[in-house]
Design a protein around this ligand. Structure first.
Ligand code: TYD
Length: 210
């Protein structure tokens, strides 16, 4: 059977990495083969694009240049890494996918949610995640969580940038009500994990009954 494709979304500081690790451990315990990956990156070409994107010296980058670099990284990631793993029956968990471009470049950088939505099928080669966990958090709280971390170019942006991203994620929730699960990311990592785990049980049940 084809592997499941699971993605995580949310603003910086929403606690994705912790939850991704927990989900991986949970699925491995149940006997599934699982690989973790991330965007931008996930392939050697993609990691080079990632360096360009996150380099503080590139702060003069045009929003459309930025968008197309994220999309370029995604095409490579999808074709070289995600699809082959799914075909081998491996479950792929990706830290971000096309929803991030819609939220960050569409909402945050002001290119427009609809405009970036139109490019979805090109960038993903038509691949949709089976389920997406959107970890929703107030940008002020997210920033408090990040104070101890080194800030890269994107994380140094202002709060209203993150508010626009959050608004775009809310639009995506309305466009994809079945795929995207809204997860309240406030509280302890245990609290957040319990909210995610509930959906995972349903996912396997749905799959078996199909
Ligand atoms: P990363 O350090 O991986 O942040 P995080 O742990 O929050 O995912 O950096 C990825 C950054 O790239 C993050 O700020 C979100 C941004 N991004 C976009 O702006 N557009 C995209 O399409 C993707 C995939 C990421």
């Amino acid at each position: 059977m084809r592997g499941l494709f699971i993605t995580f979304e949310g603003i910086d500081g929403s606690g994705k990495s912790t939850q991704i690790g927990r989900l991986r451990d949970h699925l491995v315990d149940k006997g599934y083969k699982v690989v973790l990956t991330r965007e931008p990156g996930g392939t050697s070409i993609g990691e080079k694009i990632r360096k360009l994107l996150l380099d503080r010296e590139n702060s003069g980058m045009h929003p459309l240049t930025e968008l197309f670099l994220y999309l370029a990284s995604r095409v490579q990631h999808t074709s070289e890494f995600i699809i082959p793993h799914l075909e081998q029956g491996v479950t792929v968990i990706s830290d971000r996918f096309h929803d991030s471009s819609v939220a960050y470049q569409g909402g945050g950088r002001g290119i427009g949610v609809e405009a970036v939505e139109k490019l979805r099928n090109f960038a993903t080669l038509g691949l949709e995640p089976d389920i997406t966990f959107y970890l929703d958090i107030d940008p002020t709280l997210a920033r408090e969580r990040m104070v101890s971390r080194m800030f890269d170019r994107l994380e140094a942006e202002k709060l209203d940038f993150y508010q626009r991203i959050r608004n775009a994620y809310n639009k995506l929730l309305r466009i994809y009500p079945n795929r995207i699960k809204l997860i309240d990311a406030s509280g302890t990592p245990d609290d957040v994990w319990k909210r995610i785990e509930r959906h995972i049980e349903h996912l396997w049940k749905d799959r078996r009954s199909r």
